[in-house]
Design a protein around this ligand. Structure first.
Ligand SMILES: Cc1ncc(C[n+]2csc(CCOP(=O)(O)OP(=O)(O)O)c2C)c(N)n1
Length: 634
């Protein structure tokens, strides 16, 4: 059979294809996705689940004129394959290659660079509104998963779309999964809609019959009316959406291209907002992924053994910071029944499954609802519990106002464990957790910590739960280092000196600490003697440490895997200024004022001079400039 996929240059090529040909393209996309898994870790189950939906959408609409937003964006691979990026596809998620999320720089079909869930309906309403004002008669479509659907902002958008009477379509891609199985009341409602499918044949007749029940004025009749409306709501699928002003269609099988196209053509003619409920299966068409979509969300690269078996490629061993954090949480919950843990749909990412199993009453998965997660934690803290919000740094950004008002303004002791602090490598700019030092340290009543290694992490969690104040503790997506030393207990606003030198000093906030020590070793062989300090606290700053650094050494280098603007180095400079000490000899290593691309972590880190070689370079340069060649007594 000839390969059609490789010949598709633009999605408009699909318009002339028969359903049979589209199904062949679907098979070819699936093969291409499976082949990718042999190369590298990538989003998998979600992409396999939307192959037919993507083809149905692009063969019905022209998304160079119409608008399409994929919520979350991780299921964009089929779209990339049919919009002129087939040849480059093997480069996906590598530095300089295609991004694993929609990227407007790659194609006009990718309207927004997205990676955070929940905003697609809002954006689509905005696009429709703007296009209407510009006099364009086009159509706006948002595809959103059932996991993201309960996000508060989706209801804000639905509310607005009804008001604007926007001619637009929300495709609810219901695969019964977030990353883990979806949770909550909306999930239950969608389950009921699915099972209501058996009523679809008789629904109209029953509703017609109910409509014949007279509605009169006395109380018995009012009761009858209420019963009638209740029964109608139960029978008529999607009543909730209809009440919000959307026309509801479905549920339909989203793997049936012909059927999905039929519905898409039909809803395009409806004046006003429409919700099309589409049922798909994550991992569809590749048995192992369909059977275990949680593992196959972003599985590691695969390899085929000599016996022909497909197994995950083994990656370097060692325990990740995420696992250390999970074990520390487990330990705290075991010893203190006031401690709770809250995740916003990231149980799998944060490796919390054992905590969920062991402490079901104190484990809360609130769905992809980060703002709610934080306000919910504040509520628990107010009445005496000790909640831990275990969350990715980048997703916590969704809760900024709740950190301000519900937590800090009230002075409540909520602990934030910020996973994926720093670069997340192949995911790229939507997922790098580089802003948290800056955004967390702004608020009064917030302590900001960064463990230098795995030992610090557990000790910091313990410290946090012993104190009556909100604390943020951030760590990266990395195998943890454990630096050998006599452990100095965590003390509020106190740093830890790991190595004492005479020429300069490296002050590190967080896990680049091991690289700082390695840099110091390299420099020692060249006759440059540097101290290495584990800052531990971004806030409050260790003011004595700042004073000593600025008075005892020729040069100071601050290091952080975070934005320079507003980050640890900036905080250091602010302290120096308050001490009225000169900062001319302070160099800061961190992330400059731009979004960092996706790519191999080591490459990205090296380019930012955040590895041992880069840190040593900056020290060398500073030593050359600022060295006065006089011994300092420390
Ligand atoms: C704001 C936000 N929180 C958490 C995540 C992490 N995350 C990525 S995919 C996903 C599940 C999405 O489920 P769903 O919306 O049903 O989409 P599907 O996986 O079915 O495509 C989650 C929680 C995210 N991308 N954005």
């Amino acid at each position: 059979m000839s390969n059609i996929l490789s010949t598709i240059k633009s999605a408009t090529d699909l318009h002339a294809m028969s359903v049979k040909q589209l199904n062949q393209v679907a098979d070819e996309i699936r093969d291409t996705l499976c082949n990718l898994l042999r190369l590298r870790a990538a989003h998998f189950a979600s992409n396999l689940g939307v192959v037919e939906l993507t083809l149905a959408l692009h063969s019905t609409f022209d998304f160079l004129e119409d608008r399409l937003i994929w919520d979350t964006g991780h299921q964009i691979y089929p779209q990339k394959l049919i919009t002129g990026r087939y040849d480059e596809f093997p480069t996906i998620r590598t530095r300089g290659g295609l991004m694993g999320y929609p990227n407007p720089e790659e194609s006009d079909y990718d309207l927004f660079m997205t990676g955070h869930a929940g905003c697609s309906v809002s954006t689509a309403v905005g696009l429709r509104s703007g296009d209407k004002l510009m006099g364009r008669d086009n159509y706006s479509v948002a595809v959103i998963g059932d996991g993201a659907f309960p996000s508060g902002i989706v209801f804000e958008a639905i509310n607005n779309a009804s008001e604007l009477k926007s001619k637009m379509l929300v495709v609810l891609n219901d695969n019964e999964m977030s990353i883990c199985p979806r949770v909550g009341g909306v999930a239950n409602y969608l389950d009921r809609l699915r099972t209501n499918r058996i009523y679809s044949g008789m629904k109209t007749e029953v509703v017609n019959m109910l409509n014949k029940v007279p509605v009169l004025g006395d109380s018995t009749e009012r009761l009858l009316f209420q019963i009638k409306e209740g029964v109608k709501a139960g029978l008529h699928g999607g009543m909730m959406f209809e009440e919000f002003g959307f026309k509801y269609f479905g549920p339909i099988d989203g793997h049936d291209i012909a059927l999905t196209k039929k519905y898409l053509k039909m809803v395009r003619e409806v004046d006003g907002p429409v919700l099309l409920h589409v049922i798909t299966k994550k991992g569809h068409g590749f048995k192992p992924a369909a059977e275990d979509p949680v593992y196959f969300h972003t599985p590691p690269a695969f390899e085929t053994t000599e016996t022909g078996e497909t197994i995950p490629k083994t990656t370097g061993g060692g325990k990740a910071y995420t696992n250390h954090a999970r074990d520390a949480i487990y330990d705290q919950m075991e010893h203190n029944d006031k401690v709770t843990v809250i995740t916003a749909a990231m149980c799998q990412g944060n490796k919390l499954e054992p905590v969920r199993e062991k402490f079901p009453d104190r484990f809360f998965d609130v769905g992809i609802c980060e703002s709610h997660a934080v306000a919910f934690a504040a509520g628990q803290a107010k009445v005496g519990m000790r909640p831990i919000v275990d969350i990715y740094s980048t997703f916590l950004q969704r809760s900024y106002d709740q950190i301000f008002q519900e937590v800090c303004l009230q002075g409540l002791p909520v602990t934030f464990l910020l996973d994926r602090g720093g670069l997340t490598a192949n995911d790229g700019p939507t997922h790098h957790g580089t802003f948290d030092f800056g955004y967390m340290r702004l608020f009064p009543n917030m302590v900001v910590m960064a463990p230098g290694d795995a030992n610090d992490l557990g000790a910091m969690l313990d410290f946090s739960l012993q104190h009556d104040v909100a604390c943020s503790i951030r760590y990266p997506k990395l195998t943890a280092s454990e630096i050998e030393r006599t452990l100095v207990p965590i003390e509020l606003g106190k740093s830890e000196t790991l190595k004492t030198g005479t020429d300069g000093v490296i002050v590190c906030a967080g896990t680049p600490l091991k690289d700082c020590l390695d840099a110091a070793d390299m420099l020692a062989t060249e006759g440059i003697s540097v101290s290495v300090i584990n800052a531990r606290f971004v806030k409050p700053m260790d003011v004595d440490m700042v004073r000593q650094c600025l008075t005892n050494y020729d040069f100071v280098v601050t290091v952080e895997e975070a934005m320079l603007m507003g980050g640890f180095g900036s905080a250091f400079l602010e302290s120096a200024n308050e001490l009225r000490l000169s900062t001319a000899n302070v160099s800061r290593i961190g992330i400059p004022d731009r979004f960092i691309e996706h790519g191999d972590r080591d490459e990205l880190i090296a380019a930012l001079k955040l590895d041992a070689a880069g840190i040593a370079d900056v020290c060398r340069e500073a030593n050359g400039v600022y060295s006065v060649n006089v011994p300092h007594g420390n």
